[in-house]
Design a protein around this ligand. Structure first.
Ligand code: SAM
Ligand code: SF4
Length: 338
């Protein structure tokens, strides 16, 4: 039976890790499944978790409520693709009800394939911002990178989200030989559609068919064509997240750069990740985790386990793109929640 937590219980100690970092941001992976198969993220033929291993919507909501009681201020729903999870609307509504009662913000990261259908529900739940993964505006390249995706569906989803009042930020993974020509068109798209843009270096998470080191490109190289065209300069926008932000001359777009490989960002990390199996991963780039599922189902000491997880949060990740044969971390990004 699932343990239940009352918000009238005395608040437990706030979350601080063993390096003194205050943890206020939870990424909640609501499924490891996805309707796309992006080459850098998944193998074409993925084995997904059996249903018995997966937390129910009720269990996820209870854990999320517990985390908010412990001082989590921002929850991002992710996956896998969060919008393929049955019951996502129930979960979003339940977590949205915590906004203003401990939670400041509920956000979502999506591939936008189903965003048009869900945007009004997300807005109603209290979501105000979504991140959409869009690596290219070229329909053939989009199909190639995602293996099965349809660019028009993604663009339709973005438009529907904006119509529902959601701010959209685009996430673009920099992929040598696949989307290097797309930075300037993507910036134009973002400027025309009122979106910000964050670029991400490809990280060695999970086995995929491609050799990621073939497509790895450091962001300073990826943005070189932009720098050649106009000045960009750093702006102060401390989110506790991994991105560094830049303004671009003559552009309304704020450009974020996430450089886990070429420039480590761990010192100010304020986040933890909860997987759909109920595991807390303290770091995207490490395998250490604490399993909450059994304690949750058997009425065990969930708070004690959360404290143990925090005490063990590592100082930094352990990514090295040059490890060709084995990825730094065996699980895929879709398992932990990107
Ligand atoms: N399916 C949703 C989506 O694609 O937005 C949410 C989950 S996805 C795992 C979250 C983010 O992780 C996406 O922006 C995706 O591009 C990124 N991602 C996935 N695998 C990655 C990898 N190996 N290196 C860098 N980014 C990755
Ligand atoms: Fe699915 Fe997102 Fe991974 Fe692409 S990046 S395969 S959309 S989970």
């Amino acid at each position: 039976m699932a343990a239940t937590f009352s918000r009238t219980e005395a608040p437990a100690a706030p979350l601080t890790d063993g390096h003194g970092r205050r943890i206020s941001y939870l990424r909640l992976s609501v499924t490891d499944r996805c309707d796309l198969r992006c080459r850098y993220c998944m193998a074409e033929d993925m084995t997904f978790l059996p249903r018995s291993a997966v937390l129910s919507i009720e269990e996820m909501a209870e854990l999320a409520e517990r985390f908010v009681a412990r001082g989590i201020r921002h929850i991002r729903l992710t996956g896998g693709e969060p919008l393929v999870r049955r019951g996502i609307d129930t979960l979003a509504m339940r977590l949205g009800a915590l906004i203003g009662r401990g939670l400041d913000e509920l956000t979502l990261t999506t591939n936008a394939m189903r965003l048009a259908d869900h945007a009004p529900m997300l807005a109603e739940a209290g979501v105000r911002r979504v991140n959409v993964s869009l690596d290219t505006l070229d329909a053939a390249a989009f199909r190639h990178i995602t293996r099965v995706g349809d660019l028009d569906a993604a663009l339709h989803g973005i438009a529907a989200a904006q119509q529902a009042g959601l701010a959209v930020k685009i996430n673009m993974v920099a992929l040598a030989g696949l989307n290097e020509d797309q930075l300037l068109p993507m910036l134009d798209f973002c400027a025309a559609n009122g979106c910000d843009l964050t670029l991400i270096e490809t990280m060695p998470l999970g086995e995929v068919e491609d050799d990621r080191s073939d497509h790895y490109i450091p962001l300073h190289q990826f943005v070189a064509p932009l720098r050649a065209e106009r000045p960009i300069w750093p702006v102060d926008k401390a989110t506790g997240g991994p991105a560094r932000y830049f303004a671009i001359e003559d552009s309304p777009v704020t450009l974020g750069l996430i450089t886990p490989l070429s420039q480590n960002f761990c010192a100010t990390c304020n986040r933890i990740r909860l997987t759909v199996e109920g595991r807390i991963y303290m770091c995207l780039g490490q395998d250490d985790h604490v399993d909450l599922r059994a304690a949750l189902r058997e009425g065990g000491d969930v708070d004690g386990l959360i404290d143990a997880a925090l005490a063990g949060k590592p100082r930094a990740h352990d990514f090295h793109i040059e490890r060709k044969s084995t990825p730094a971390v065996a699980r895929h990004m879709s398992a932990t929640g990107g």
